[in-house]
Design a protein around this ligand. Structure first.
Ligand SMILES: Cc1cc2nc3c(=O)[nH]c(=O)nc-3n(C[C@H](O)[C@H](O)[C@H](O)COP(=O)(O)OP(=O)(O)OC[C@H]3O[C@@H](n4cnc5c(N)ncnc54)[C@H](O)[C@@H]3O)c2cc1C
Length: 400
């Protein structure tokens, strides 16, 4: 097996394979799914993410697929009014060295995957599950399963990177960290063709509509032809149709009715737009405490990357972004020939853990801010009206 073994070919694992390839290193990428698929949903990527993707040579392929929203607007979901606007045009892109982009997940995955396969230095094994690993003095031994009928095989690598997502097997086999816990929040996702929407509901901006115990994010994807819709709900016990024991296999019409009931009190634009959606997909959201030190991202010859290391609520839209940043950093550390292999992973963890923890924390704070009620909501709206752009721009994030 190659020097670096990566478990998980999600956006994080593919990014690491590409970043290593770009730095001249081979790797083996193991993915349990028999084929690479992504959910039919969008993803926002700030300039800090786009700069890295462009540096890996993906600029042309991405420019054909992304949408470049004109602005990010914060809106009140009940009244519908715009509270603040952050323009995302040319001056924003010049300030941060790349555009703010939105893209369909399948398109991003396809671009990454194609680049990985074209590079020729990644050995991709689909339909292969890593069930356990053992660290040895000079490497890591992985147990891989390719199906219930075949017996497990052992493979060796210099180091192992767990990019295997929220329920990471690599993490649970080597760390005694608590497993992710249900937050009680639900994410509903859908996509609508803009051509079929009434003119007033079409949009080429990122809109964040904030209401009590909920918020809605809409943005264009596929060069603006589709509108991606994400509704985040924080169910409130008996007042809300979705209780903790709520059945996730609900029929589409019942799910649409749940959404409409949750939107009671929202403005006409929000209700009308979401009323057009017949088929929702729903995700219960899980979280863990923030990363507390480099030791939680790398130990010896094993490192964690992306959601495996630092799952986060999607309230800052940064989970994939941080996985891509992790990949970039790890590949750079891997080129440090002055360091031993475990030292390179440790260097990666030292460079990454605080930024990941900060983003995790800010994502959690945003949940309280976006879903605020009462005086907090009043203060939020006043702050946004007065400080607007200054509150929404995030140089610490976009310049990183
Ligand atoms: C509603 C919502 C909206 C979001 N919006 C955004 C956004 O706008 N911007 C953003 O940056 N992020 C966003 N995110 C977060 C983002 O989707 C995730 O953080 C990101 O996809 C995580 O990527 P990953 O590669 O770390 O993990 P995953 O995508 O979970 O990939 C893990 C891979 O590992 C494989 N795997 C697991 N176990 C094994 C095993 N034992 N052996 C082999 N393979 C294995 C899995 O099959 C999978 O392919 C959002 C998330 C949600 C829920």
């Amino acid at each position: 097996m190659s020097q670096v073994a990566i478990v998980g070919a999600g956006l994080g694992g593919l990014s690491l394979a590409l970043a290593l390839q770009h730095a001249g290193h081979a790797c083996a990428l193991v993915e349990r799914a028999p084929e690479l698929t992504e959910v039919g949903a969008g993803i926002q990527m700030g300039p800090h993410v786009m700069r890295r993707l462009f540096a890996w040579g993906l600029q042309d392929a991405l420019m054909e697929r992304i949408a470049q929203p004109a602005a990010l607007q914060a809106r009140d979901a009940l009244r519908g009014d715009v509270l603040a606007v952050l323009p995302l045009g040319t001056s924003f892109a010049q300030r941060y060295g790349a555009p703010y982009a939105t893209i369909h997940r399948a398109d991003l995955q396809a671009v990454l995957c194609q680049a990985v396969l074209q590079g020729g230095s990644t050995e991709l094994q689909l339909g292969t599950t890593c069930t356990r690993w053992v660290e040895q003095l000079d490497g890591v031994s992985l147990e891989l399963e390719t199906g219930p009928a075949s017996s497990p095989v052992q493979e060796r690598a210099c180091v192992l990177v767990g990019a295997d997502g929220l329920w990471s097997r690599v993490r649970s086999s080597g760390w005694t960290l608590p497993e992710p816990a249900a937050t009680g929040h639900l994410a509903y996702r859908a996509m609508l063709p803009q051509a079929l929407l009434p003119e007033r509901l079409r949009s080429q901006t990122v809109n964040v509509w904030m209401g009590p115990h909920l918020h809605l994010v809409t943005y264009p994807v596929r060069q603006g032809e589709w509108l991606n819709v994400v509704l985040l709900l924080q169910p409130q016990g008996a007042q809300h149709p979705i209780t903790p024991g709520w059945d996730l296999s609900r029929e589409p019409h019942a799910m649409a009715a749940d959404v409409q009931a949750a939107l009671r009190g929202c403005c006409a634009d929000v209700r009308d737009l979401l009323g057009l959606i017949e088929q929702w997909r729903v995700w219960p959201l899980f979280g863990r405490g923030t990363v507390a030190g480099p030791d939680q991202m790398a130990r010896g010859r094993v490192a964690l990357l992306g959601d495996a290391a630092h799952p986060m609520l999607p309230y800052l839209a940064q989970g994939a972004g941080m996985a891509i940043e992790d990949a970039d950093c790890l590949a750079q550390c891997w080129t440090r020939t002055d360091l031993t292999e475990p030292q390179r992973l440790h260097r990666y963890a030292v460079e990454r853990w605080q930024r990941n923890a900060r983003v995790q924390l800010q994502s959690r704070r945003n949940a309280d801010i976006f879903h605020a009620t009462g005086w907090l909501r009043w203060g939020r709206d006043l702050g946004l009206k007065i400080l607007g752009q200054r509150l929404m721009d995030q140089p610490w994030l976009f310049s990183g």
